[in-house]
Design a protein around this ligand. Sequence first.
Ligand code: SAH
Length: 353
Amino acid sequence: MTRNIKELSPEALGAWLAAEGQDPYRARQILQWIYQKGAESFAAMSDLPNALRDRLAAAFTFGGPRVVRLARAEDSTRKFLLALADGAQIESVLIPAELGERLTLCISSQVGCGMGCAFCATATLGLQRGLAAHEIVDQVLMARRALGDAARSGEPQSTITNIVFMGMGEPLHNYAEVVRAIGILTADWGMGFSPRRITVSTVGLVPQMKRLLEDTKVNLAVSLSATTDDVRGKLMPVNRKYPLAALLSACRELPLPRRKRITFEYVMLAGRNDSLDDARRLGKLLRGIPSKVNLIPFNPFPGSGFASTPRAGIEAFRAALLRQGVHGTIRESRGRDIQAACGQLAAAEPSAA
Ligand code: SAH
C-alpha cells in the first residue's frame, strides 16, 4: 500500500528525496505546502519541478479525511463529522469564545474510547482504534480549510487560536501518536502553534501524565468528577487502576513549570457528585496542587440515566470551592443543539456513502 505523505517525518522525507537524487531542501518546501499553505495535492505545489510532483504522486498518497457533515449550532459552534481512509468516523468541534478573540478547536484522539466513563456518550462506542498522528493533525488542517472558506464569505473570526484534546477518545491511551501529533502542531516546519495554546485532557492515566509533561510543554487537564473512590470508581472505571490518592499525589509531584496550573474538570451530575460535602472534599483533595476547577454541566444523551445539577446548585458548589481558596469556573455548554457539547460526541450520523 502506498504511504500517506503525512506519515513521514522531515528526516524520512529528506531521506526519500536524497534517494531520488533530489535536493534535501525540497523537504522543507513540501512540508510548508502541507502544513502552512494547506495544499491538498502534489499538483498544487507550484514551486516544485513537475517531474518531482509526478514522482511524489506516484510514491505517496495525499489522503485526508472526508467531511461527511458539517453542522452549525445556534451559538455558531461547528461540528465536523469526518470519515477516515478506512471508513471510521470521528468528530471535531470548532468553538468560538462568546466574546470573540479565541477560537478553540476540540479534536479527537481515538475512534470511540475504551475508558468506559458512565456519563460519556463516546464510551458507548467502545474503543475502535487509536488515531495515527496524521489523522489527528488532519483535523486541524480540515478545520483551518473550512475557516478559510468562511472568511472568504465574510465571517469575522477565522484563525484557530487554541487546540484541546477533548474530543473522542483518551489521548494518553494513544500516547505515542498524540505526542507525534503535538510535535507536528508545534514545529516551525509544521503548524507553528505554541504549546501553551494546546491542552491535553485525561481521565488520569498516571504514568503517561508524567511522561507528557517531560516530553512536551502543553497544558494538562484532568477529569476528576468525584471526590471519593467509591463514587469515582462507579463513574470512571479508570479509578480502580489509579485511585484518587495515587492520581492526586502524582499531580502534586508533576514537574509543572512555574505559574502553570492543572485544570481539573468536574462534570456536575445531580445527586451523584454535587453536594456541598463534595465541594469541601474537593477543596481538600486539591490542597497543595496549583489548580483551577472547571465545572461542566452534564450534557444529556439518549439513555444516559444522569441529569445535570441545576444552575443554582453549580453556583453554590463553585462558591463553596472558593471559600476554600479553590478557583472554579463554569463551562458554558456550547453546541448542545447539534450534539457537539462535552460528552456528546458519538459520530451517530449514518455514513453518507
Ligand atoms: N478522555 C479525556 C478527553 C475527553 S475530554 C477525558 O476524559 O478527559 C471530555 C470532557 O468532557 C471530560 O472532562 C469529560 O469528563 C467530560 N464529559 C464527558 N461526558 C460528559 C457529559 N455527558 N456532559 C458533560 N461533560 C462530559
